[in-house]
Design a protein around this ligand. Structure first.
Ligand code: NAI
Length: 274
């Protein structure tokens, strides 16, 4: 009898109806997605997949030229926006969110925090201030602005209101002797994501986090071939990832298909660091 009841519950919670099975993958039609760091690498690949799957995409980046390039790669560019946004500047972030609300008549309900930097040359950021400001504080600032806008006048209600995916790094779990500030900033992203996920889920906002391994993007281009190869050699699948291989997991985590995932840290590393 108890099992019968459980089966009944499960059938409903996984939405396994034939109608759902024929639904287009990740249908974000009608939703507005804001992506930080959308001008390059993982952020750009995410913008393109979100556009593929029907979202109206707001590509933001510190470098507006690259954000515009991403925008120009999308089908139906009139549906989407490209805006300059420095994630470390609270007023700039708030003003972008206001612009989005004015353009679409609603705030974004999907957020991908992909902006990030790595201080490969340790003399560039000896105190780690820049890395912490962009990689960690930037996520605080954008997340606070996004959730505040989404919950305005609607804090108590239980329905699904929004989803956030934060891009951390496998180094945030493992640490790294050469990238100490960077690894610490990403460790912070992991614990912030979990804390925020627990805080926000009962307000209707679901948050998860991705830990990529080595991915070929502008960020890792300065690595010497020897260093890059040493990472590949210790990885069970001995190669670097492509930005699209991370972005596919991002859109999965944004979609209802991951509706029971809260505060998860998903490693997408080819097995590195498992
Ligand atoms: P990328 O360098 O190709 O893209 C990062 C983007 O962030 C750039 O377009 C840059 O202009 C933007 N950005 C930098 N500072 C910003 C700021 N203050 N405000 C707004 N935008 C800013 O790098 P990638 O690889 O695509 O990185 C995306 C995320 O993935 C980062 O958070 C990175 O730490 C993370 N990651 C990357 C890995 C890799 O191997 N490429 C591995 C693990 C994590």
């Amino acid at each position: 009898m108890a099992l019968k009841g459980l089966h009944h519950l499960c059938t409903h919670s996984v939405r396994a109806s034939p109608e759902d099975a024929t639904m287009a993958p990740n249908d974000f039609t009608g939703q507005v997605a804001l992506v930080t760091g959308g001008g390059s690498g993982i952020g750009r690949a995410t913008c393109l997949l979100l556009a593929r799957d029907g979202a109206r995409v707001v590509v933001t980046d510190f470098n507006v030229q690259t954000a515009r390039e991403t925008h120009s790669l999308m089908p139906n560019p009139e549906k989407h926006l490209a805006l300059q946004m420095d994630v470390t500047q609270q007023s700039a972030v708030q003003s972008v969110i206001a612009t989005v609300r004015d353009k679409y008549g609603e705030p974004p309900s999907l957020l991908v925090n992909a902006a990030g930097i790595m201080n490969i040359d340790p003399s560039f950021d000896k105190t780690g201030d820049v890395v912490i400001n962009v990689n960690l504080k930037g996520i605080f600032i954008v997340t606070e602005a996004f959730t505040e806008e989404l919950l305005k006048g609607n804090e108590g209600a239980q329905e699904d209101k929004g989803v956030i995916v934060n891009i951390a790094s496998i180094l945030g779990k493992l640490g790294h002797p050469d990238f100490r500030h960077y690894a610490a900033s990403k460790g912070g992203v992991i614990t912030y994501s979990k804390s925020c996920a627990a805080h926000m889920i009962r307000k209707g906002i679901r948050i998860n986090c991705i830990l990529p391994g080595l991915v070929d993007t502008a960020m890792t281009k300065p690595f010497t071939e020897e260093f890059r190869q040493s990472i590949c050699d210790k990885t069970p699948l001995p190669r670097a990832g492509k930005p699209e291989e991370i972005a596919e997991v991002v859109v999965f985590l944004l979609s209802w298909r991951s509706s029971f995932m809260v505060g998860a840290c998903v490693e997408v590393t080819g097995g590195d660091g498992m």
